[in-house]
Design a protein around this ligand. Structure first.
Ligand SMILES: Cc1cc2nc3c(=O)[nH]c(=O)nc-3n(C[C@H](O)[C@H](O)[C@H](O)COP(=O)(O)OP(=O)(O)OC[C@H]3O[C@@H](n4cnc5c(N)ncnc54)[C@H](O)[C@@H]3O)c2cc1C
Ligand SMILES: NC(=O)c1ccc[n+]([C@@H]2O[C@H](COP(=O)([O-])OP(=O)(O)OC[C@H]3O[C@@H](n4cnc5c(N)ncnc54)[C@H](OP(=O)(O)O)[C@@H]3O)[C@@H](O)[C@H]2O)c1
Length: 644
């Protein structure tokens, strides 16, 4: 019994037929459609109900030869008529706004070039994830230094240590069981980044000793032209579709803006540009600053210098360490025992649990960040009394050193041994600003000159959020001018007037929300979602909308009124101001940030397309699944929505 059948899908069990074999030599030409003779199963109604087992191939079914239509899954370019062909249906002899279908498959990812500036934590994270999560991209990272690691390559002052627990200050994709201490020192953190870069071969994306000097948006091409200074000292122009700045918020260190720096004849150093070869033994030293860097430098150099004058213009809350529940007694650092390290190495589950516990603890701090909250009051009272004890009960020093602003307004600074060191005989705290330097010393605002051999400026960084290169966007916008001293962006990652640009991390991102590394991971995830859509949907540019930015701005600063960061203290979170907008901090908890950035709110972006039809990416009507050999033609059966 041979019958002609129309078989559209090879496994058309739904219609009751199943192709068991086919004989390509036996084709019959029926009009324009080639018909192959295949062996198919009988339709179900012709089989007995108890023969259903055969349908699923458990036993050899009865074969019959029938001619059927067999369809090639590959698009047939010969079937594409020329765009000016005369159609048999007259209605179709019209032009649809000049639109032309392209032969692309739905959501095909077009090739992109991405340039990332910087190979610190952000750049390494981009490289690792891009290789695994993106397709059809060409990634180039430019790094001014001769190695990876950014902050941890550059900051090598005595005592430079991360104050976030090591098992949180790491990437979730590269958990390290070998951290030697609860809080790790700069060298060990740098080694961690270097090891990752080597293990995953990430340095192949990086061109070292290469400074990005300028990036200029080209509206017509939808690209940035990027000027670089290469190791040979040549200026070269590269270009990219997507520009990522991972150039570091705390990377451009700065000397204080005080006269006479060039007059000083002694040794001048900045905390972020430490001269490790210089011996401080028996020297008379001035340390300018009382922020996190100075708090680590002072107790570490105090025992070896002859005299140390600490210029502490503003007080700062000196707290116990972050993640104190898991730290040593009183929130102090400790060294892991061999036994603990062995357990982390040999029992990865226990290690991951430990990492999760610490991270979870750090994620529960938002109540503390409310100026009028109970947690704030209790913690403030506790820290004030600990500080008093550490200052040896000295009432004058305690009064000077205890801030009158909220805990957390400036970055809380765990300072192991810091306050105690201020009480040592060879240390003189000066609670006044430095106004100028002379050939031989430092002059404070009272006009007193302090003669010193060495001036150490622990005076912080350019925290304007401006990338460390000239950036010109749409209609000639210059990001340095646009940001001025009040940078505004969108969710700390994209910026109005700067299409196709990601800033990791930008204004009002979670800069004081515990370890930055998982935050960088999440920003990367967000950026990659955007890049994928950009690639798949023929998008030429994306830029956050003015209205979204304005609404976010209003929300940010209205909520900020109740949060510690708006308290009047001088902080880099307010770009060095006492009274002024909080420019560095995300208005919400760490978990709030993670949840919000899970999905891209596309309604907050202005998009332009590569052609004037936004649906050009629909292409020729085929999907990638159906033309690929191993594409699953019923993938939608496995969609999570079908399982609920
Ligand atoms: C002393 C110190 C201690 C810190 N401690 C902590 C902590 O305990 N916890 C925490 O979460 N964060 C801490 N931070 C913040 C720290 O900066 C981040 O955690 C993180 O290292 C930032 O990584 P990044 O890649 O964004 O920037 P960076 O590490 O600053 O890297 C930026 C890279 O960009 C390169 N670059 C800059 N401009 C250019 C250019 N024009 N062309 C080419 N390359 C360029 C730089 O050379 C650098 O390698 C600390 C910062 C400092 C300074
Ligand atoms: N362990 C860590 O985790 C760690 C360590 C170091 C740095 N960091 C990160 O890096 C950030 C920056 O820290 P930082 O300490 O380098 O810088 P910072 O917090 O900005 O502190 C700079 C210090 O310099 C003082 N200063 C500036 N100009 C002065 C002048 N003319 N006279 C007297 N004092 C002057 C400032 O005084 P005012 O306060 O009065 O302005 C301030 O005390 C931190 O907030 C933190 O995010 C972290």
């Amino acid at each position: 019994m041979t019958r002609m059948l129309r078989v559209v899908f090879l496994s058309s069990i739904a219609f009751g037929y199943r192709v068991m074999s086919m004989d390509l030599s036996r084709t019959e030409d029926l009009g324009s459609t080639p018909i192959f003779v295949c062996s198919v199963l009988e339709p179900p109604e012709q089989r007995s109900a108890n023969n259903l087992k055969d349908v699923h191939g458990f036993s050899e079914p009865a074969m019959i030869n029938k001619p059927v239509m067999l369809i090639s899954a590959q698009p047939d370019l010969d079937a594409v008529p020329p765009s000016d062909a005369i159609h048999e249906n007259e209605w179709y002899n019209q032009d649809f706004d000049g639109y032309r279908v392209t032969e692309q498959l739905l959501y095909a990812k077009r090739p992109l070039r991405i340039i990332c500036v910087g190979a610190g934590a952000a750049g390494l994270q981009i490289a690792y994830k891009a290789e695994r999560a993106l397709e059809n991209i060409d990634l180039q990272i430019y790094e001014k230094n001769n190695d990876v690691g950014g902050t941890w390559l550059e900051n090598r002052y005595p005592g430079c240590t991360c104050d976030i627990p090591s098992h949180s200050y790491q990437f979730t994709w590269a958990r390290n069981p070998n951290w030697s201490h609860f809080y790790s020192a700069s060298e060990e953190i740098w080694q961690y980044f270097k090891d990752i870069a080597v293990k995953y071969n990430l340095e192949k994306y990086v061109q070292f000793k290469t400074t990005v000097e300028e990036a200029v948006w080209d509206e017509e091409l939808g690209k940035y032209h990027v000027k670089i200074l290469n190791p040979a000292g040549e200026r070269i122009t590269d270009s990219c579709d997507i520009l990522i700045s991972g150039s570091g918020v705390l990377n451009s260190w700065k000397y204080p803006d005080i006269p006479g720096l060039d007059l000083f004849k002694g040794k001048l150093m900045h905390s972020a540009k430490w001269d490790a070869d210089y011996d401080l033994t028996d020297k008379t030293v001035a340390v300018i600053g009382g922020g996190s860097s100075a708090v680590q430098i002072v107790p570490n150099i105090q025992p070896k210098v002859k005299k140390l004058t600490a210029f502490l213009r503003s007080p700062v809350w000196i707290t116990t360490g972050f993640g104190a529940r898991y730290a040593g007694p009183g929130g102090t650092n400790f060294e892991y025992s061999e036994e603990q390290l062995k357990e982390f190495r040999e029992n990865p589950e226990a290690h991951v649990k430990y990492c999760r516990d610490i991270e979870g603890e750090l994620n529960k701090r938002f109540t503390l960040m409310h100026s009028k909250g109970k947690d704030q009051k209790n913690s403030r009272d506790l820290i004030a009394s600990i500080m008093k004890d550490q200052l040896g009960g000295d009432p004058a020093l305690t009064a000077r050193m205890t801030p009158n602003f909220a805990l957390g307004c400036r970055r809380m600074t765990p300072g192991s041994g810091y306050l105690q060191s201020l009480t040592k005989e060879n240390v003189q705290p000066v609670h006044r600003s430095v106004v100028r330097l002379t050939e031989t010393g430092v002059v404070d605002e009272d006009g007193t000159e302090h003669e010193v051999d060495v001036v150490i400026c622990a005076t912080g960084f350019d925290t304007s959020f401006t990338p460390h290169f000239k950036l010109i966007g749409r209609n000639g916008a210059d990001i340095k001018e646009q940001f001025g001293d009040f940078p505004i962006g969108y969710l700390g990652v994209t910026v109005r007037n700067f299409p196709n640009f990601f800033l990791l991390i930008g204004p009002n991102g979670p800069a004081s929300h515990s370890s930055i590394l998982p935050i960088l991971e999440w920003y990367t995830r967000y950026a990659f979602q955007m890049i994928e859509k950009f690639q798949r949907e023929n998008i030429k540019s994306f830029e956050p909308k003015e209205k979204a930015i304005k609404d976010l701005y209003n929300h940010t600063h209205e909520l900020m009124k109740r949060l510690v960061w708006s308290s009047p203290c001088r902080s880099w979170f307010k770009n060095g101001k006492i009274h002024g907008p909080v420019t560095a901090i995300y208005p919400g908890s760490r978990l709030h940030f993670f949840e919000l950035l899970k999905e891209v709110r596309w309604e907050d972006y202005d998009l332009t397309y590569k052609t004037n039809n936004t649906f050009q990416f629909l292409g020729n009507g085929y999907t990638q699944t159906e033309v690929s050999e191993d594409g699953d033609p019923v993938w939608y059966f496995d969609d999570p929505f079908t399982k609920i």
